[in-house]
Design a protein. Structure first.
Length: 494
């Protein structure tokens, strides 16, 4: 069954539960540090280990950050709410319960708009609540999973880090665009969180994780199908692939007369499909009850309004403003937004580069370098001002495009300033006409067959001779000048 057959017969309904580790200096209920990458089990104490006699104290900064997230997502902020104990028994949860929120979340009833294929899709937000993260299991063995592992290790450094969960309402009506809508939603949410500066939202480090719910029902049916939950999807691309994969799998089950089981599943990056995890728990399985060791939270409405007034310009508003200021098309803006370079392009233009050049560098060569390093473009060790300076040198004729790329490579490698690096490495365009003519003569002598083709009228063949000159001059010649010299020597016209 192909994807087109699926959407012709079935209507998908998706929902997303996104977990965000907050960037606070200390954990949710104790003073332990939250630094990523510390030696295992060095950032723990009796509170986050749940030892007898220890008492939690709520992190005010985490509560503030959660309220700001809720406000940015158009939520209503509770005037009174409290924490609950969510009981379950996994080795990465040292207390055997998680301090979370159940029926009284901090933020409810918001929405987030995303743009897909030129149309707006509104994603309803069910709730934004605050809890604590779990520890991290490492299963040692060939499989990397608990089944078949030789033994397992637990690092509790992450246990107790403030964790915000953003839960959407079910999203029907997206049809074939369901996978794209899921990705666009997580992308937009990530950008909002980054703008709020509440988290570093590094999916590869687990500070942003997404559980993807998917169900199918026959087109025209009044009831939704049974959903599955694909857990801990850790990249934007994988969010889209996980929805697509589950739609295909569930359709095959239903077409064969089977029944979709409500369960958790795990997305396999290499295979591009999901694998069965465990049967899905219901709320009653967790035996929620109010946390007896923490007082309720009652945010002062005046404080909430102060936080609302202090929100930064949000990504959608910023994109609209920059689109007008830069004079780019909606399609260009969407491309830049998907690549996460809108602000970088804007900053490069502010530093003096033309819009087109700034866009081309960040969406082209620098995007390629970011992919090679498996980082976001904004994490590359090069500033917008440095990119603008490279653009300026190309426009002045001091650098060719090839030399400009070498200059950018040098900045990425060393962190040096552009002019310093260009001088140290001798990256300047060779404009010495006698030197270029000598190089052109050598290229013609070394490639007589190509030269004869050019003389015979096959002007396009001159590209090979231009390439030979560029190689001889280590890419420092002006390619246009070289081409003119070669055509003149060979008696041909461009």
């Amino acid at each position: 069954m192909n994807f087109e057959d699926v959407v012709a017969s079935y209507e998908p309904v998706i929902g997303l539960e996104t977990h965000v580790e907050l960037g606070t200096a200390s954990k949710m209920f104790c003073g332990c540090a939250t630094d990523f990458g510390a030696e295992p089990n060095t950032q723990i104490c009796p509170v986050c280990l749940g030892l007898p006699g220890s008492l939690p104290v709520a992190n005010e900064k985490a509560i503030e950050s959660t309220i700001r997230i809720g406000l940015a997502l158009n939520c209503s902020i509770a005037t009174w709410c409290r924490f609950a104990r969510k009981n379950y028994f996994y080795p990465d949860m040292p207390k055997n319960f998680q301090t979370s929120q159940y029926d009284e979340p901090l933020c409810v009833g918001g929405y987030l708009d995303v743009e897909i294929g030129g149309r707006n899709v509104r994603i309803g937000i069910e709730r934004v609540h605050l809890e604590e993260d779990t520890g991290k299991n490492t299963h040692v063995g060939t499989s990397g999973r608990i089944h078949g592992a030789d033994y397992s290790l637990v690092d509790y450094n992450r246990a107790g880090i403030p964790l915000v969960e953003v839960v959407t309402k079910p999203v029907p009506g997206t049809g074939a665009q369901a996978p794209e809508v899921a990705r666009a939603y997580v992308t937009e949410l990530r950008d909002i969180l980054r703008t709020l500066e509440v988290s570093d939202v590094r999916m590869e480090q687990g500070s942003l994780r997404c559980d993807v719910n998917t169900s199918l029902n026959p087109v025209g049916a009044s009831e939704w199908g049974t959903r599955t939950e694909t857990k801990n999807v850790n990249s934007l691309r994988s969010v889209e692939r996980a929805v697509r994969s589950e739609m295909l799998r569930q359709a095959e089950v239903l077409d064969a007369g089977g029944v979709v089981t409500q369960e958790t599943r795990h997305f396999q990056e290499q295979a591009g499909d999901t694998r069965r995890g465990r049967s899905k728990e219901e709320a009653t399985d967790y035996r929620y009850f109010p946390e007896p060791d923490l007082v309720p939270i009652a945010p002062d409405p005046a404080w909430v309004e102060k936080l609302r007034a202090g929100l930064p310009e949000l990504p959608s508003t910023r994109r609209a403003r920059l689109r007008d200021e830069l004079g780019v098309s909606a399609e260009d803006m969407l491309q830049m937004a998907n690549a996460g370079v809108v602000d970088l392009v804007g900053a490069t233009v502010d530093a003096g580069a033309p819009v087109g050049e700034a866009r081309n560098w960040w969406l082209g060569y620098l995007a390629q370098k970011a992919n090679e390093r498996d980082v976001e473009a904004g994490e590359l060790p090069i500033t917008a001002a440095q990119v603008a300076r490279v653009v300026e040198l190309v426009a002045a004729g001091s650098l060719s495009v090839a030399l400009a790329r070498q200059a950018v490579d040098g900045v990425l490698e060393t962190g040096a300033e552009v002019d310093e690096l260009v001088a140290d490495r001798g990256l300047h365009v060779v404009s010495d006409t006698p030197a270029l003519e000598r190089a052109a003569d050598e290229a013609i002598m070394a490639n007589p067959d190509v030269a004869e083709k050019v003389r015979g009228g096959k002007v396009a063949a001159v590209g090979a001779l231009v390439g030979a000159v560029m190689k001889a001059t280590r890419g420092q010649a002006d390619a246009a000048a070289v081409k003119d010299i070669l055509l003149t020597k060979l008696g041909a016209k461009a």
